[in-house]
Write a protein that binds this ligand. Sequence first.
Ligand code: IDP
Ligand code: MG
Length: 148
Amino acid sequence: MERTFVMLKPDAVQRGLIGEIIARFERRGLKIVAMKFMHVSRSLAEEHYAVHKGRPFYDGLIEYITSGPVVAMVLEGPNAIKAARATMGATHPLEAAPGTIRADFGLEIGRNLVHGSDGPETAAFEIGLWFGDEIPGWERDVDRWILE
Ligand code: IDP
Ligand code: MG
């Protein structure tokens, strides 16, 4: 079983899309193992996006992520990282496949609604950064109808 970090960015919260977006991950079968509604400090945003420091869009990205509350969560499932990113769609909403979150709700790369870890190391780092290392799992009764 794999875990991934997902964040609904401030535009998703401001636009009233929290339920709509979480429902897509939930319906797919990804299991929520941690979730919180929170304001992102500048230092947390900078740690989270440290890999992008120096890029032309970096300052705008930090402004965006700290501009309002977000919903942070950890999702669990087989290949959760890939599944979550596929549900989100490509980084630029115009390149995202129809039916994905970014295609269905977005137009611009700088307002693309969601974040998802891009690999196992990133997921481990981001989960630790946002939630710490001790997130308990839980038994979900429908799992036998979702997982073979
Ligand atoms: P990802 O979110 O699909 O993993 P990354 O390349 O890691 O994409 O970029 C992180 C975030 O930075 C994007 O989701 C987007 O919000 C923002 N971003 C990336 N490239 C640009 C850009 O060219 N202009 C504005 N924002 C950008
Ligand atoms: Mg990324």
